[in-house]
Design a binder for this molecule. Structure first.
Ligand code: SF4
Length: 330
């Protein structure tokens, strides 16, 4: 693979959940949780995925690493299409893709000590000798800023922040190339959030790990991301370099989200854009642009024509927006 090739390439990924009904439990509808998503992630880069809850960002993260089976589209890791690999063939790729969960308490077994939790992936993948595994477990704790003295303790003996550190150590145990972090700080106290975010930023820098960082909080996403993708109703609507997106959001939905970020000085902020109505059901998404039922800038054609992506940036630093305000046909 060439240096320029992305670590992760996602092409037209879809994840639909069937809705069954009637006497024979036939499929009567599909929930389009992820609908035709394309994105790229380079080695050591952090892609921040943001959107309201229920927009499909967690399902997208899980489908990429095949914790959930995609309905369609492709996921390429280092150029290999992993979407249709069987269990055995997937194993070496699974090792390279790990996940950090929102609720570290729910994702750690209450009956396993820290040592057992961290050793498990090393045992499954038979990494090194038993002695080497023991040493590696202590090293992992060191990397996440914890002492080896806690090795024989259980999850309930730790605070939320410490549990998340253990979850991160577990994700690091197989030296992954890609980590999907699904709302990793939203269950933590604000005072602990920045410690965990800084730890993630250090790991990205020192170990060259790529992150798909999922969050609903725009300030959190800004803190860690190189590139940001905004998701609405299962689709990406804007993708750009973090600096460009935060300084000059283009899509009306992104602008509405940005307008809700509290400003440090009262009066210095942009005007808040209030969105009318609820997010439509992903079982029956609106025709044309999925945002047209709530968009303050909607035009007649928005209900009929699905907007394509337009690049408002450069080839080197794309700023892709899916909106008729910027399309060539507008
Ligand atoms: Fe709004 Fe139309 Fe743009 Fe959709 S395509 S975001 S409805 S202006």
């Amino acid at each position: 693979m060439s240096e320029a090739a992305p670590l992760l390439q996602v092409d037209g990924l879809r994840k639909y959940f069937p809705v069954r009904g009637g006497l024979f439990r036939r499929v009567v509808a599909q929930v389009r949780a992820v609908d035709d998503v394309t994105l790229q992630l380079r080695r050591g880069q952090t892609f921040g995925l943001v959107g309201e809850s229920g927009c499909g960002k967690s399902t997208l993260g899980r489908s990429i690493i095949r914790l959930q089976e995609p309905t369609g589209g492709r996921v390429l890791l280092d150029g290999t299409d992993i979407t249709r690999l069987g269990r055995q063939a997937l194993l070496p790729y699974r090792r390279r893709m790990q996940m950090i969960f929102q609720d570290p308490y729910a994702s750690l077994s209450p009956r396993r000590t820290v040592a057992q939790t961290l050793r498990e992936p090393l045992d499954i993948h038979q990494i090194g000798t038993p002695k080497e595994r023991e040493h590696q477990v202590s090293q992992l704790l060191d990397v996440v800023g914890m002492s080896a003295r806690v090795l024989n303790r259980y999850p309930h003996e730790f605070s939320g922040g410490q549990r998340q550190r253990i979850g991160i150590a577990r994700a690091l145990s197989l030296k992954p190339d890609l980590i999907v972090a699904d709302e990793p700080v939203s269950a933590l106290d604000v005072s602990v959030q920045s410690q965990i975010l800084n730890l993630i930023a250090d790991l990205q820098r020192e170990h060259g790990i790529a992150f798909l960082f999922i969050a609903h909080d725009l300030a959190v996403i800004q803190h860690v991301s190189d590139v940001v993708g905004v998701m609405y109703l299962g689709k990406l609507v804007e993708v750009a370099d973090a600096t460009a997106l935060y300084s000059s959001p283009k899509h009306p939905y992104t602008r509405a989200l940005m307008s809700a970020i509290p400003q440090p000085e009262p009066g210095s902020g942009r005007q808040r854009i209030m969105l009318e109505g609820d997010v439509p059901s992903p079982m029956n998404p609106p025709s044309g642009c999925p945002f047209h039922t709530r968009c303050p800038d909607a035009m007649a054609k928005c209900a009929e024509l699905t907007p394509q992506f337009t690049n408002l940036g450069s080839e080197r630093s794309p700023h892709a927006v899916s909106c008729h305000l910027y399309g060539h046909d507008s």
